[in-house]
Design a protein around this ligand. Structure first.
Ligand code: ADP
Ligand code: MG
Length: 292
């Protein structure tokens, strides 16, 4: 690889909004066999909105929403924001929170007026041994629609099933099919529920899905994909993507994502548009063909 052609290649990429942090990244990208995407904020907009709110028997919707939103107001997770916004739109006021704890990859727990409120993934409620009373069918139906289910418990009792929906990013489906046409295996790696992940993957034409991974599990997913297919390019935006971005042969961060993700990456997609990856791979192949 001549320094000049690498400079030309990375310069051309920069014009397309793809920032290579080093020349070696160009070669690593050419050699990738798998492109693994984080879901939330990478394949989707990362701005979920609350779409469904189903209470268990004996619970009143606005009362449950008030408690859930009060606790979520203390969390910075995009899901938390959607619940707080929904409360605002319904004119449901929030209550002071006495105790708050966020469990990464699971959800949150807090005390409001002497009541203990838990909001999060199904596995979050499982940790407390709280069984879901009814609504299991509704949960699978919502997942099938590509929505992410969340569960609310109050004082150890299942109180509500909530769904949030995060629109697929414009151009994501086109990028996935272009990558497949380039001969790459495309995978999705997410902490979200399996059904919701499959719903989104189906719309994008992604067959390889690793769902319900805990923070840290994304690194294992990269290793597993490498063992099965070869060198991995990982694309992500979040704090919990940073270890996987570092583990992959090449890490690509969404430029609008968190600082830690950007710092852990070899390549930065400035606008967040996924078409940048397709152009960057095309470019890496053209440049490396001329010089190796
Ligand atoms: P990802 O961004 O890949 O979905 P996270 O590790 O951030 O991964 O979250 C995994 C899952 O944990 C979420 O899909 C959600 O079910 C649950 N979760 C995490 N934080 C919260 C929160 N503040 N409120 C409700 N659920 C949460
Ligand atoms: Mg993300």
């Amino acid at each position: 690889a001549t320094p000049t052609s690498i400079m030309v290649g990375t310069g051309r990429a920069a014009e397309l909004g793809v920032l290579f942090r080093n020349g070696a990244a160009l070669q690593a990208l050419r050699d990738a066999k798998v492109v693994a995407f984080d879901k939330t904020g990478t394949l989707t907009d990362g701005r979920p909105t609350l779409t469904d709110f189903l209470t268990a028997a004996g619970f009143e919707p606005d009362a449950v929403l008030r408690l859930a939103a009060s606790v979520e107001a203390r969390s910075e997770h995009p899901i938390a924001r959607s619940i707080v916004e929904a409360a605002g739109e319904r004119g449901v006021s929030l209550l002071p929170v006495d105790r708050f704890e966020a469990v990464p990859g699971h959800g949150v727990e807090g005390s409001v007026g002497g009541q203990t409120i838990i909001v999060g993934a199904r596995r979050h409620l499982d940790r407390y041994g709280i069984a879901m009373a009814g609504l299991a069918e509704a949960a699978s139906r919502l997942e099938g629609e590509g929505k992410s289910p969340l569960y609310v418990a109050i004082d150890g009792r299942f109180a509500a099933l909530v769904a949030v929906s995060d629109p697929i990013k414009a151009g994501a489906a086109e990028a996935v099919s272009a990558l497949k046409a380039q001969g790459l295996v495309v995978a999705m790696v997410t902490g979200d529920a399996r059904g919701a992940a499959s719903g989104v993957a189906a719309r994008l034409g992604i067959a390889e899905i690793v769902a319900e991974v805990l923070p840290g599990g994304k690194v294992e997913a990269v290793r597993d994909l490498r063992a099965r297919f070869g060198p991995v390019a990982f694309v992500g935006d979040g704090i919990n993507d940073a270890p996987a971005l570092a583990e992959a042969e090449i890490g690509l961060a969404i430029g609008t994502g968190t600082d830690i993700a950007v710092e852990s990456a070899d390549v930065v997609l400035m606008s967040g548009a996924l078409s940048g990856i397709v152009s960057a791979i095309g470019l890496s192949r053209a440049v490396m063909r001329n010089i190796t």
